[in-house]
Design a protein around this ligand. Structure first.
Ligand code: SAH
Length: 560
């Protein structure tokens, strides 16, 4: 309470925002009941035609001697005649309501505004609070929220341990809803009614329809609890949807099938802000996470989820292990930094699939040969020794067949690539728009290709006047490609060509330098660095606030 409000308090009534709970009068707090019984003025919002839900909940506690103030909403579905549209009509409505209540408060009468559920959770009381709480002593009595009652009514535990619960209004667009649902462990969608078909669509798109529980009139007479998937069309306003967090260990998929899946998930260049909702959902839904330990450290631990941690050198190994786990029915997420398709694990996984396909073919052939050999031996089997040979051959056949089955299972695994923001995009964004026109991306690592190839490509890119983004520019021991690369670029480009050296973009140690081809210092360049070398058109803008801005114009001068 402010001092002004305090001084005023001696002469005026008190304003109460009273949460009456979800419907069952027994779910009202003792305090709410006491205030309702004592306050001489009871106000409640309600539709223009029809009764107030909050009032009917409080009815058992209202004596005959109350002054009742019904606050009737302007029509919400019909045409609005107000020149400012619906928003303005509503603002005017609340101004009127506040003025009506102020008359009682000024006369020293306490006013209890009844709110269904909790007053500060999508309650219209808030608009009166905004207008009156600064002027009168005010107290808000929390109430049992409708979603708590719905969870209780349906026997749906919502969140455990580190699970995050998201409360969403169904009035959001299906796109936003689907994205929010994907990044939530558990969710509540309120404000249904006409919005239900869109909410249902969004839930289905987020892959969560089977988990949704629809609850209508929780704790009221006529309460209904049904699987969300069984509800279609519009629903009454007094309803909501619960999407509880998944229990671990996970129950089998609804169709009962064990579905092996490898998703190769891009984590973005750094931090959760650069992780897409899709990637978040994919990580959350995995049974096993597979990856390089530096990247796995960026994924929050989830109770019950296993991790297979590798060092940085074993990409194909990582991919093969992931495929084997998936072939055994697990949902496996292989993590990559940035985008998984840019110098990263997506290609490694597909390479492992190709290898497995070839191996399965070879094993099938070998099994055929062994079967023939066993046949030959059987024909010749006249003696005990030959009979033993037959048995050995048959065992070999069985082993080969088992090998074939394993490789074949690996080739059946579903592969999903989940894109991420690549480091060059993050680095470019930090300085402006250096990739605004044609550009190319080259890795300077000579582990998977030789130095001559790197030089040849840089030469071609530079002579085509492309902006060049350089990944894996140098490690502690591997510096030659960077030196030679810069020499090649200098042959084609002016010394004042802009160069961006971006280290650890998005991390606390982030360091970004804008320099030129003549001045670039390579000592700081390491494996956490990405470089962008401009084209002949790339320019550095003089900047007022100390941060240079670099851009490559979208148009290119034509050849004459
Ligand atoms: N798939 C990744 C690239 C993997 S190659 C992506 O799309 O970003 C690894 C190289 O990416 C690093 O050597 C470095 O050049 C670059 N890189 C990745 N994250 C970076 C970051 N946060 N800041 C600067 N460069 C980064």
């Amino acid at each position: 309470m402010t001092h002004a409000a305090d001084a005023h308090a001696r002469h005026t009534g008190r304003l109460y925002g009273v949460g009456v709970g979800p419907g069952d009068p027994e779910l009202m707090t003792v305090k709410a009941r006491r205030i309702i019984e004592r306050a001489p003025v009871i106000a409640y919002p309600g539709a223009a035609h029809g009764s107030s839900i909050a009032r009917s909940v409080a009815d058992p506690y209202l004596g005959a001697d109350k002054i009742e103030v019904g606050l009737r909403y302007p029509v919400t579905t019909g045409t609005i005649e107000h020149p400012g549209g619906y928003e303005a009509a509503l603002a005017e409505f609340y101004d009127d309501c506040a003025a009506q209540l102020a008359v009682h408060l000024d006369a020293g009468r306490d006013v209890a505004v009844l709110c269904e559920g909790d007053p500060f959770l999508y309650g219209s009381y808030m608009y009166l609070h905004d207008r009156l709480a600064g002027r009168y002593p005010t107290e808000v009595i929390p109430g049992v929220a409708s979603f708590s009652a719905a969870a209780a009514a349906s026997g749906t535990p919502l969140v455990r341990r580190d699970d995050v619960l998201t409360i969403l209004p169904g009035t959001l667009s299906p796109d936003v809803l689907a994205a929010r649902l994907r990044t939530s462990d558990a969710a509540v969608v309120m404000k249904l009614g006409r919005t239900f078909p869109a909410v249902r669509e969004a839930t289905e798109r987020a892959g969560l329809l089977h988990r949704g529980v629809y609850v209508e009139r929780a704790s009221f007479e006529g309460q209904r609890v049904v699987p969300m998937a069984d509800v279609n069309g519009t629903v009454p306003y007094m309803s909501l949807v619960l999407v509880p967090a998944e229990r671990w260990p996970r129950r089998p998929a609804p169709d009962g099938a064990a579905r092996g899946l490898v998703s190769v998930v891009g984590l973005g260049p750094a931090g959760p802000d650069w992780l897409t909702p899709e990637a978040h959902a994919e990580l959350a839904g995995a049974d096993v996470l597979v990856g390089y330990e530096t990247y796995l450290r960026r994924v929050p631990q989830r109770h019950g989820q296993r991790r297979l941690v590798f060092d940085n050198r074993s990409e194909l190994d990582r991919a093969t292990q992931a495929l084997r786990l998936a072939a055994a029915g697990e949902r496996v997420a292989v993590v990559s930094s940035g985008d998984p398709g840019v110098f990263a694990m997506a290609a490694a996984v597909l390479e492992a699939v190709e290898t497995a396909e070839k191996a399965a073919g070879t094993a099938r052939e070998a099994a055929g040969t062994a079967r023939e050999a066993a046949g030959t031996a059987r024909e010749a089997a006249g003696t005990a020794r030959e009979a033993a040979g037959t048995a050995r051959e048959a065992a070999g056949t069985a082993r080969e067949a088992a090998g074939t089955a394993e490789e074949a299972a690996v080739t059946e695994v579903e592969i999903r690539v989940v894109p991420g923001l690549s480091a060059m995009q993050a680095a470019a964004a930090r300085v402006g728009a250096p990739l605004g026109h044609d550009f190319c991306v080259i890795s300077l690592s000579d582990q998977l290709k030789d130095l001559a190839t790197i030089e040849r490509r840089l030469d071609a890119a530079a002579s085509a006047d492309l902006v060049v983004a350089l990944y894996n520019p140098a490690s502690r021991t591997r510096r030659a490609a960077l030196q030679r690369g810069l020499e090649v670029l200098r042959r084609h480009r002016a010394p004042e060509t802009p160069v961006i050296v971006a280290r650890a973009v998005g991390c606390t140690e982030e360091a970004i330098t804008v320099t030129t081809l003549a001045d670039v210092q390579t000592a700081v360049v390491d494996m956490r660095t990405l470089m962008i070398v401009g084209s002949s058109q790339t320019r550095i803008l003089p900047s007022g606030n100390g941060r240079p801005r670099v851009y490559t114009p979208r148009s290119y001068p034509s050849y004459e």
